[in-house]
Design a protein around this ligand. Structure first.
Ligand SMILES: CC/C=C\C/C=C\C/C=C\C/C=C\C/C=C\C/C=C\CCC(=O)SCCNC(=O)CCNC(=O)[C@H](O)C(C)(C)COP(=O)(O)OP(=O)(O)OC[C@H]1O[C@@H](n2cnc3c(N)ncnc32)[C@H](O)[C@@H]1OP(=O)(O)O
Ligand SMILES: CCCCCCCCCCCCCCCC(=O)OC[C@@H](O)COP(=O)(O)O
Length: 375
């Protein structure tokens, strides 16, 4: 193990990274709250400010992925489509199999200049996660309860609001609705069988309603669906804890651009189209597993310096007062203050640990464990 790797695996480094993320993130959440009056005066300006503030948070996770762990994210796509990425609105359909898939997604958003405005259909439970969940309110992220009776109205309403969004955005949909586990796969293939659909080997059966409602509400606003299939080389199973301790992974993403006009309008036709798409995605995964490659050429989309600079600036901003506080704490010699500070640090580390837990598949929800769809 080299010196760099040894340093990255030290607990102190991870404590400092989590401190920077929590302290700067809560500060940015506060700044986002302060933009509320701007919403009434100039909505477009408020949205643009929130894109920049959101970038300050989400790009920290990109910095950790791209620069701290040095994880390589490789893009397979048609080079003719490349100039369109980031210059139009897109709906991204991604497989949901890996604990850090959202970080790789964010990294690609950054590479194409749409990180601040990135959108996702996300389960409501994540709205309560400090920093990221709170940031999402101000970025007009679409929340769902995974209960169609309620979601059909609320999801449509939230999507309608994006129709006059002032910046280009990608809207991410994990149509499988939950992370892949062997049990969820088995149940969803029973559903597939009952519906007379071909079985999938590497995906859960996609839930079609969220896709249909997204297409319906964003038609005319979004130019294309970016069908995206992610996998990791050498059977890596990446984790956020691994990234924080500096472990390098190798992600490969295959993206196909599908013009929105080619997607059928009716609900049943749209659902059938999505099922066919997932059968194709399953074929790409099989090819990847057999050959270690996706079809099509690799296109260069290098990591950018922006997230690193942003991260270093926020680190300087919040670490300096921490250092000053620690010096004054030690020189005060007050046992009570020192104990109170230690208790506070312990609480903060529990909170960060809980946030990491949200990404872990072993702590995944029970959604999809039964044929009916309760969480
Ligand atoms: C160039 C580079 C390109 C790309 C770069 C890549 C990405 C970058 C893009 C953006 C990044 C942005 C942000 C990323 C940051 C963070 C995101 C992190 C994670 C959050 C993700 C989540 O929270 S995923 C969970 C939430 N999302 C979803 O659930 C979406 C999918 N779900 C749906 O669409 C659902 O339909 C629903 C939620 C709208 C409603 O759910 P509900 O359960 O109520 O209804 P369903 O219709 O799904 O269920 C009933 C039907 O389903 C059948 N059924 C029953 N049991 C099962 C089963 N086990 N499996 C499958 N199907 C089942 C049932 O038979 C019913 O069928 P019908 O035919 O009768 O409809
Ligand atoms: C600089 C350090 C950056 C570290 C960031 C740490 C904070 C992480 C906070 C949690 C962010 C939320 C990401 C959620 C990821 C996810 O993938 O959610 C799962 C859902 O799709 C489906 O849920 P489930 O049904 O449980 O599988």
């Amino acid at each position: 193990m080299g010196l760099g790797e040894c340093l990255k695996s030290q607990v102190l480094c991870q404590v400092l990274i989590s401190y920077v993320f929590l302290a700067s993130g809560l500060l940015i959440n506060l700044l986002q709250l302060c933009t509320l009056p701007v919403w009434w005066l100039n909505k477009s300006l408020a949205r643009r400010i929130n894109c920049r503030l959101g970038y300050c948070i989400s790009s920290q996770s990109v910095a950790i992925l791209d620069w701290w762990s040095g994880t390589e994210c490789t893009l397979y796509t048609d080079p003719k489509m490349y100039p369109l990425y980031g210059n139009e609105n897109g709906i991204v359909v991604l497989n949901h199999q890996f604990e850090i898939d959202f970080m790789c997604g964010w990294s690609f958003c950054d590479r194409f200049g749409v990180l601040g405005s990135a959108k996702v259909l996300v389960k409501k439970e994540l709205a309560y996660v400090p920093v990221i969940g709170w940031m999402w309110y101000f970025l007009e992220i679409v929340f769902c309860k995974r209960k169609w009776e309620e979601d059909r109205i609320t999801v449509s309403q939230s999507l309608q609001k994006l129709r006059d969004y002032p910046e280009n955005f990608w809207f991410l949909l994990f149509c499988e609705g939950t992370r892949f586990t062997a049990k969820k796969h088995q149940i969803s293939m029973e559903v597939a069988e009952k519906k007379g659909l071909p079985k999938l080997k590497h995906h859960l059966l996609p839930r079609t309603k969220g896709f249909w409602v997204t297409i319906q509400n964003l038609r005319g606003t979004v130019a294309a669906v970016y069908d995206s299939t992610l996998n990791f080389r050498n059977n890596e199973s990446p984790s956020l804890s691994g990234i924080l301790s500096g472990k390098k992974y190798h992600a490969d993403l295959y993206v196909r651009r599908i013009p929105l006009e080619s997607i059928p309008e009716g609900e049943a036709e749209c659902a059938a189209w999505l099922h066919k798409l997932y059968q194709e995605k399953d074929g790409f995964q099989e090819q990847y597993i057999q050959t270690g490659r996706y079809p099509g050429p690799i296109v260069s989309a290098p990591r950018r310096l922006g997230p690193l600079i942003n991260w270093l600036c926020w680190s300087a901003l919040v670490l300096f007062p921490l250092g000053a506080f620690l010096v004054s704490l030690l020189s005060s010699g007050s046992t009570l203050t020192i104990l109170a500070s230690l208790a506070f640090c312990y609480g903060a580390s529990l909170l960060f640990r809980w946030m990491i837990g949200q990404t872990e598949i072993s702590r995944s929800s029970g959604y999809g464990n039964k044929v009916n769809s309760s969480s």
